[in-house]
Design a binder for this molecule. Structure first.
Ligand code: PNS
Length: 158
């Protein structure tokens, strides 16, 4: 059984994330979307809503995906969940530079766990949760960049 963890903030889930989840599901038997509990940040969606939203959107398409929150070290979570790999989506060399120290630090913490960097398709390659929130808050269209249910829930929160 090949298990991977896809960690992140997912505030909100975007089509870029969905693209990476679909690719991870082709490589692994089980994919755990793990949302970091970050008390320092004030998110658009509270943690419980992010979990519910991802479950609602992803589970019907990819039954091998589970969703949970985590705090503390990602490598501790990997041990607890018996995951062999961490999935990260990389859009650019800037993302790569951001990821590399984390990959090496995580490898030092647990050499058994491999980080797998996946590339989203071109049309999703510029989407980020922060840009989505900015455009939405300024009244711009985010149609086609996040799932329709995310747009609906964002409008309900406005
Ligand atoms: O999508 P994000 O917000 O860039 O995700 C960052 C995340 C959650 C992958 C990273 O902050 C993380 O793994 N945090 C857990 C704490 C940890 O293990 N830190 C050491 C990593 S080198």
């Amino acid at each position: 059984m090949r298990r991977a963890i896809y960690p992140g903030t997912f505030d909100p889930l975007t089509n870029g994330h969905l693209d990476i989840i679909a690719r991870a599901c082709r490589l692994f038997d089980a994919v755990l979307v793990a949302i970091l509990v970050n008390p320092g940040k004030s998110p658009f969606f509270p943690l419980a809503e992010r979990i519910a939203l991802i479950e609602e959107i992803v589970r019907p398409i990819h039954p091998q995906v589970a969703v949970r929150s985590f705090s503390g070290l990602l490598m501790e979570l990997a041990r607890e969940e018996q995951a062999q790999a961490i999935i990260r989506g990389v859009r650019s060399s800037k993302d790569y530079e951001y990821e590399l120290p984390m990959v090496l630090m995580n490898r030092r913490l647990n050499p058994e766990v491999e980080t797998v960097m996946l590339i989203a398709s071109e049309e999703n390659s510029y989407i980020s949760s922060s840009l989505i929130k900015e455009v939405f808050s300024l009244g711009g269209s985010i149609d086609g960049l996040v799932p329709d249910l995310v747009i609906k829930r964002m409008k309900e929160r406005k």
